[in-house]
Design a protein around this ligand. Structure first.
Ligand code: BES
Ligand code: MN
Ligand code: MN
Length: 459
């Protein structure tokens, strides 16, 4: 291990500048005008996998390509670790809110600012460098490695599940290792124990065959914007819970041990609010902030569109209103069931004079892990050695829908070891990644591969 760590220490400058090359490629999966760049990022990555001792190939899908890398030198009796990450990024807009351009990685105060630095190109690339450190120093890996980097995570991984099903034999593994989440706090590494699922809908309300004069027609015909507001208002009860019949039926109550563990984490509501320039927080009654974020479901309007929103007043009665509404789900909720419940809920409302349509956008199931077992132990040790602090188990408010699918389809255990820090502006302007975490994290991952060698293969 000391060879590996000294190789890492001696290569940090190059490791950084390579990451910056990766970040310069605008691999924005949602926008077709960037398709060539997205492919270029896949090709760039595949080449670097080759340099880290993996056999790499690019596999085309109906959408963006999948980069697959393999190193099977440890042999059939050794455990196999599938490393998953994504090389696509969210659109960077609004551009004018970035201090430095999103695709020109810029260092400030020990951070690199760029779209994808934390989510997830920077973190994905840490694995490539930790693997390279073994390869370049001739240090054998005690595990077989399969790496999958997809280019569609940020658009809901539409082609990955079919890929995993089709190639289940080739992807067979014991552990799925993912660095696409965060650490609880600076200097406090973490191993993930949960991710929320997602059920995301577009609700359309349509009225007359045209926008109308709001004086000439207002009061005599339904206003889709009013009706949509009524639908949205009906989704929550006064105590902040979700008022859809049956919504909580499949929500598991968490064990007291996990709730106490969550309660023991250093957290201040006042600081959390102050960081967001809020004077108070708000959420479901009966739960603390971390519980509301990690182990309770939510409903949020992510976007809303209707009527006149330009300068000044235009007296118009719109004929169409649309809202994007997302539900974050927790075990054992299922996005298909949530769709049925939402449909039934809206059908029961009294909404005269309009038609309502609900379309499904993304869906993803929630994930929950056991915070015990050899893989979890290995991660704890590796993180403690690299960061000098024992890691804490941490929940995840966001979603990585493929995690459950990997576990089920490949009969493996997922292990989430992430390195982004709170406030790192995921999906927002001025996304950043801590350079200290990049460097220490590469060391932690290199150690983790060695420790995962003790996981029993084929169980
Ligand atoms: N890396 C995030 C997920 C994440 C963020 C997990 C923070 C835990 C903490 C991932 O890239 C992401 O953004 N996922 C999307 C879901 C997807 C279907 C668009 C999300 O959570 O909104
Ligand atoms: Mn991500
Ligand atoms: Mn993301």
């Amino acid at each position: 291990m000391s060879d590996v760590q000294s190789f890492i220490d001696g290569s940090l400058g190059r490791f950084r500048s390579e990451m910056y090359d990766f970040l310069r490629i605008p691999s924005i999966s949602a926008k077709s005008e960037y398709d060539e760049n997205t492919r270029a990022a896949a090709e760039w990555l595949a080449e670097k996998l080759g340099g880290a001792g993996l056999e790499a190939e690019i596999i085309d899908t109906a959408g963006h390509p999948i980069v697959l890398g393999e190193s099977r030198a440890a042999g059939p009796d050794a455990p196999t670790v599938l490393i998953y990450g994504h090389y696509d990024v969210q659109p960077p807009e609004p551009l004018d809110l970035w201090t430095s351009p999103p695709f020109e990685p810029t260092e400030r105060n020990g951070r690199v600012y760029a779209r994808g630095s934390a989510d997830d190109k920077g973190q994905l690339y840490m694995h490539v460098k930790a693997l390279e450190a073994h390869y370049a120093t001739g240090t054998p890996l005690p595990i077989n490695v399969v790496m999958i980097a997809e280019g569609e995570e940020e658009i809901g991984s539409p082609n990955l599940v079919p890929f995993v099903v089709e190639h289940a034999e080739r992807l067979a593994c014991d552990i799925v290792l993912i660095s696409d989440t965060g650490m609880y706090a600076e200097g406090l590494p973490s191993v993930g124990f949960s991710l929320r699922g997602l059920a995301y809908f577009e609700i359309h309300v349509r009225g007359a065959n045209s926008d109308l004069h709001s004086g000439e027609f207002g009061g005599s015909v339904a206003n889709p914007a009013n009706t949509l507001s009524k639908i949205i208002a009906s989704l929550h009860a006064a105590d902040g819970s979700i008022a859809i019949d049956g919504f909580y039926d499949d929500v598991l109550e968490w064990d007291q041990a996990t709730r106490s563990q969550i309660a023991s984490l250093p957290h201040s509501d006042d600081e959390f609010a102050a960081d967001l320039a809020l004077h108070e927080l708000s959420g479901e009654a009966g739960y603390g902030t971390l519980e509301r974020l990690w182990i309770r479901p939510t409903c949020d309007v992510c976007g809303i569109l209707s009527g006149y929103t330009g300068e000044g007043a235009k007296t118009v009665l719109p004929n169409h209103a649309m809202a994007k509404v997302s539900f974050r789900l927790v075990p054992d909720q299922n996005p298909d069931r949530i769709k049925e419940l939402l449909d039934a809920h809206v059908a029961r409302l009294d909404l005269p004079g309009v038609s309502v349509e609900i379309h499904e956008l993304h869906g993803g199931r929630p994930w929950r892990a056991s915070v015990e077992g050899p893989a979890f132990e290995a991660a704890s040790e590796a993180l403690e050695e690299a960061f000098g602090t024992k890691p804490v188990p941490m929940g995840g408010g966001g979603s990585i829908p493929i995690v459950v699918e990997f576990e089920e389809k490949l009969n493996a255990t997922a292990l989430l070891v992430g390195f982004s820090l709170p406030g790192c502006n995921l999906h927002a302007p001025n996304e950043w990644f801590s350079l200290e975490n990049y460097e220490k994290g590469i060391g932690a991952l290199a150690r983790l591969y060695d420790k995962l060698g003790r996981v029993q293969a084929g169980t």
